[in-house]
Design a protein around this ligand. Sequence first.
Ligand code: PLP
Length: 562
Amino acid sequence: MITPFLDRPRIAYFSMEIALASDVPTYSGGLGILAGDTLRSAADLRIPLVGVTLASRRGYFRQEIDDNGRQVEHPVPWDPSQRAESLEAKIVVRVNGRQVWVGGWLYIVQSQSGGTVPVILLDTDLPENDERDRDITHYLYGGDQVYRLKQEIVLGIGGLRMLQALDFNVRNYHMNEGHSALLAVELMRRFRYHDRRRSEEQNYNVPGVRTLCRFTTHTPVEAGHDQFDWGLVQELLDGFVDLDVLKQYAGKERLNMTRLALNLSGFVNGVARRHAETSRKMFPGYEVHAVTNGVHPRTWAAPTIAALYDRHIAGWCHETLLLNRADQIADEEIWSAHTTAKKQLIERVQQHCSVTLDPEVPIIGFARRMTAYKRPDLLFSDIERLRTIARRYPFQLVFAGKAHPRDEAGKHAIWDLHRHIQTLRGDVRAAFVPNYDMAVAGDLIAGSDVWLNNPLRPLEASGTSGMKAALNGVPQLSVLDGWWVEGCVEGVTGWAIGNDREGANGDDAESLYQKLEEKVLPLWHGDRAKWIALMKSVISKNAAYFTSHRMLRRYAIEAYLR
Ligand SMILES: *Cc1c(COP(=O)(O)O)cnc(C)c1O
């Protein structure tokens, strides 16, 4: 039922992907997880949001790894009627000169505390639509530029119209990344004076649009931003808006969705302090705030860890800063909760990879979208060195991650990892867990002893898996990029790879080996009490702070109440 959600003004939170649940395949990676965690925090804290996304009935993909270590992609169809309620409202958008009907599903995000947040899943798979338009909302990040622009028309323009048809009272529109920026253009059309003495451009009330729009950018490379040829825009959106006016806000050469969102939003932010600095350099003249990402506490604490907090730190799920009392928890209890999480990971690895890991040896975990800038092979720059370290201080490795079907470098990295795992056989136990999703992430991150992250600076906007590690008392070993610039206290919350200089990327492999051999592994093998003290400071300093509760409270105060 939609009615209970219409009682008060809401923030409409638009995102191309939202991770609603591990087995609802409407997400591909970090962006979707962040969107899901934002809505889960909103439900916990009773901050009135309404999520808007695509139904993605055919999902992203299920990853299988064949005998040669190559990624094989399988469709993951899901049936929204099993998890969501069909909405009666339907609206129309014009795409390529055709009327495209957009229907919707209501998914309800439930908090343990009883709060709820509605999410609208937009769906063009309706009998009244032309065959060519029925699959617009099917494939998350599938298809070509034409398909992508159609999806963004449905998300931005369709989403806004759907909220209106459902009678939502929207107080602000929050664009999570630029995919939904056409919603701001739809607002421009509505906020229009009809004054003949003014020019076409002056008739658009852009300041009025800005008071409604908020924009979070996630991509620190220009090439990562969606851009569409004006010819294509003209073809698909003919007559929607005066293109000469639109060019003023979206770029002369091409329609740049990030520029559009930047120009039409009254509040803009990057997802970590470092990322906001990078964005200001990329887009001089814009005020880019920093709201550092966070992760949802109940979702990402392993069950045994959550039970531990429940016993010792009442209320941590609402006021996560209370986790700074983790030093009061007995060593044995922390260690036993971690050991249980580790056992669960070892079982998963046995089941899915037929690799037997040893609970008495530390596990280094590395899982993320497999793509070149994340450098999944950095650890293998010098295999002999790795073997030497392992002889002194044994360790084991667990990997996971999907490559986008068209990211050849990413797929190659997966194949490479499998080759390295074979090469190390007999010296280092290692496994690649297929089909990285929320469930795999939960087990892998909490069950690891050390979380590794080594992207090329400054390309990691935030990175959130290390925050999930912190929530489970797992220290991170990472390049100083994204959130780690704020989260790293050397030897206290984890360790830095390399230094904080731009262009320091070339020295990272050496630094990684040194930190492993001289700091991380000797401590794990040498002094259990000191290691547990480290786990406690990870929890009190980082788990307490890097949560989506803190993040959303900041959005509420600094962006929504602005
Ligand atoms: C947390 C998470 C991510 C994002 O992790 P990063 O550290 O930002 O790369 C991606 N995929 C899944 C399944 C996750 O749980």
